[in-house]
Ligand binder design. Structure first.
Ligand SMILES: NC(=O)c1ccc[n+]([C@@H]2O[C@H](COP(=O)([O-])OP(=O)(O)OC[C@H]3O[C@@H](n4cnc5c(N)ncnc54)[C@H](OP(=O)(O)O)[C@@H]3O)[C@@H](O)[C@H]2O)c1
Length: 295
């Protein structure tokens, strides 16, 4: 049995689909049976409960050959760090209590840094917690900016005719398709061929700036003149809060983008064929274009 947390999300859903396609028995975890129904139709066993509930997770993980874990983000939480800590502690306790031998844990580039990285500091803390496990082999996956994040700017493009963020326009960063992360996670869960605690960076096919990504996106949605605007940090916080996230989350988001802008979030291993993944942004733009057309 292979168990997948966040099975309704960007990466988890694709991990479940890949594993089911290979006929593997899969338990898909989330909070809503309705949202997980398509995975039940694929033959996954669906279990629902909260990520901060260690007893639920222990039941869900028990008997698994491997588990895929992640820290679901609660963007509306006024105390984001505390929320992530609760979930992180529950996950580690459940891995320990269920006796799972192999865990693939979604983390991030920048999780090597203890502080000064905003949102990513919670992933550093989770890596540290996972490292306390003695009887579980843990593979930490460290991708960075998901192509899927650009779904969040489609409304801005539609209504204001620009794209924007608090990242410097020409800063090239490793961006990645979540399908590539899912491929690596599913393969690792099946192979279970690592021992101890291993961190693996996943950098997408090449570094990409938001100016270039915006140009490619603009071409894909029929707005070739689409411009990327670098929002001042304070404006970005205001826009995020207006969009419904907590002030804490907005501040942490901007602190993370500041860490990128200042060059503090860097791959530790350099770019190699092993940490480069195949899906190009150009291959992904069609998904964004379909979502844009449906707005
Ligand atoms: N976005 C990026 O660029 C990026 C880069 C590196 C790392 N990360 C990390 O990736 C992780 C998120 O992964 P993802 O994008 O694959 O997931 P995701 O799309 O955010 O989805 C997570 C899923 O977990 C479920 N969930 C939410 N809150 C929950 C809770 N309290 N208890 C149980 N389930 C809950 C949700 O499904 P239901 O609502 O149906 O329950 C949701 O679909 C985060 O830890 C983030 O820091 C993100």
């Amino acid at each position: 049995m292979l168990v997948v947390m966040g099975a309704n999300g960007n990466t988890g859903k694709k991990v479940v689909e890949l594993l089911r396609r290979q006929g593997q028995p899969v338990r898909a975890l989330g909070r809503s049976p309705e949202r997980l129904a398509p995975l039940a139709e694929l033959g996954a066993e669906v279990l629902t409960g909260e990520a901060h509930d260690a007893a639920f997770l222990t039941r869900a993980f028990r008997g698994a050959d491997a588990v895929y874990t992640l820290l679901p983000m609660d963007r509306a939480s006024p105390d984001y760090h505390r929320e992530q800590q609760r979930k992180g502690e529950a996950i580690v306790q459940a891995l320990r209590d269920s006796g799972v031998r192999h865990a693939v844990a979604l983390s991030s580039l920048g999780a090597d840094l203890r502080e000064g990285t905003g949102l990513l500091a919670t992933l550093h803390a989770q890596e540290e917690r996972l490292r306390t496990l003695r009887d579980t082999h843990v593979l930490l996956l460290r991708p960075v900016s998901f192509f899927e994040n650009l779904h969040d700017v489609l409304g801005l493009i539609k209504h204001q005719g620009i794209s924007g963020d608090s990242i410097e326009p020409d800063l090239a960063i490793p961006m990645i398709a979540t399908r590539d992360i899912a491929e690596v996670a599913a393969r690792a869960m099946l192979a279970r061929d690592w021992t101890g605690h291993v961190a693996r960076e996943l950098l997408g096919p090449r570094d990409l700036s938001l100016r270039e990504a915006t140009r490619l996106l603009g071409a894909g949605i029929g707005r070739p003149d689409l411009e990327y605007v670098r929002f001042p940090d304070a404006d970005m916080v205001g826009a995020l809060v207006q969009a419904g996230v907590s002030e804490t989350f907005a501040d942490l988001y901007v602190a993370m983008t500041r860490a990128f802008n200042e060059g503090r979030i860097q791959p530790q291993q350099g770019r190699t064929p092993e940490n480069s993944t195949p899906t190009r942004f150009e291959d992904f733009v069609g998904e964004l274009a379909r979502a844009y057309a449906a707005l």
